[in-house]
Ligand binder design. Structure first.
Ligand SMILES: Cc1cc2nc3c(=O)[nH]c(=O)nc-3n(C[C@H](O)[C@H](O)[C@H](O)COP(=O)(O)OP(=O)(O)OC[C@H]3O[C@@H](n4cnc5c(N)ncnc54)[C@H](O)[C@@H]3O)c2cc1C
Length: 293
């Protein structure tokens, strides 16, 4: 489990980081928390010649609220900072919940939000709520910046739309709509530091009356190569008040859309069943929470 030899760079500005990535290209890897990357290097799944540690770049750090834009989260922001942010808890509850579930206290104090999306594990904790909340990623390089919805950035299991000379600099979360609420849930096989067998996030907006659903996004994790955005659940629920019959129909529809595989963590059948359980639970939770806003 020894690391191979590599050159380590620690840029202090975004320009310096872009310059290094541009020059070193595919032989280099961005190092954020290292909680995925260093394990892959120890297991020789990746053997980059250069590591570019972005933790010292202030532009990639922190959480700020910009009224016209929404909330901006630097890609190198630690999961622990997101977990403990009162802004995130108040406006993006599903992300707050997911951040608190990732790994352990030790992992959360090292791991970053950018690393979680760039590693693109189908079971990633924060990508499901981020997609449900309408997050966009900013991809930056020497050539400038481009913006992509997170659901288009993640292409599959450990595949992203990141260009060779780009890094993820920030995430942008839109201002939540009035009378909206989001929530997150996950199922693991044991009460320990275990990657999710299934996770899910719901983001729901109510009409002015406060009874009918105006908009809804339900996103499932760990049941497809990338976060799976339900098309059928909004088609069933938008324009209606929540009723037991409709929740049942919607949860069954989500099950039908899920495309899980069987692996070491759970069978496909179990995952499908858990999609049903989580969909029911989170639809009621989000609806009730939106009525209380
Ligand atoms: C014990 C343990 C428990 C864990 N539990 C969970 C869990 O419950 N849920 C979960 O989702 N994950 C879990 N993980 C995985 C991991 O902690 C997360 O995926 C974490 O968010 C990765 O972030 P990082 O900053 O450590 O990324 P790194 O390891 O530094 O990087 C991961 C990948 O992303 C690239 N990268 C990182 N940042 C950028 C950027 N800004 N731009 C471009 N590329 C970038 C790196 O080059 C690398 O390829 C666990 C890991 C461990 C070791």
């Amino acid at each position: 489990m020894y690391l191979h030899e590599f050159e380590y760079y620690a840029p202090m500005t975004a320009e310096e980081a872009f310059g290094l990535i541009g020059r070193l290209g595919s032989n280099a890897k961005v190092l954020a928390g290292g909680t995925d990357l260093l394990l892959m290097m120890k297991e020789k799944m990746l053997t980059p010649q250069y590591l570019i540690d972005i933790n010292g770049v202030p532009e990639f750090q922190g959480i700020s609220y910009e009224p016209a834009k929404g909330t901006v989260i630097g890609a190198a922001t630690k999961i622990a900072e997101i977990e403990h942010s009162s802004l995130i808890k108040e406006k993006y509850f599903a992300l707050h919940q997911a951040a608190g579930e990732l790994g352990s206290v030790q992992v959360r104090s090292m791991a970053t939000i950018g690393g979680n999306s760039c590693h693109a594990s189908p079971a990633a904790e924060t990508t499901t709520p981020l997609v449900a909340l309408g997050a966009k990623v900013l991809l930056a390089s020497d050539a400038g910046e481009r913006e992509l919805p997170l659901e288009d950035f993640i292409l599959g299991n450990r595949k992203t739309a990141l260009g060779e000379k780009e890094l993820v600099s920030r995430f942008i979360l839109p201002e939540p709509a009035p009378r909206s609420a989001s929530c997150y849930g996950h199922i693991g096989l044991r009460n320990a530091m275990e990657i999710d067998a299934v996770n899910m996030a719901v983001n729901l907006v109510l009409e002015v009356s406060g009874r009918k659903i105006k908009e809804l996004k339900l996103v499932m994790g760990s049941v497809a190569p990338k976060p799976l955005v339900s098309l059928e659940v909004p088609a069933i629920l938008v324009g209606h008040e929540l009723s037991d019959d409709l929740v049942e129909k919607a949860a069954l529809a989500a099950c039908g859309e899920a495309k899980p595989i069987s692996d070491i963590r759970a069978s496909a059948e179990y995952r499908r069943e858990m999609v049903y359980v989580l969909a029911r639970r989170l639809l009621y939770q989000a609806f009730n929470a939106a009525q209380e806003v």
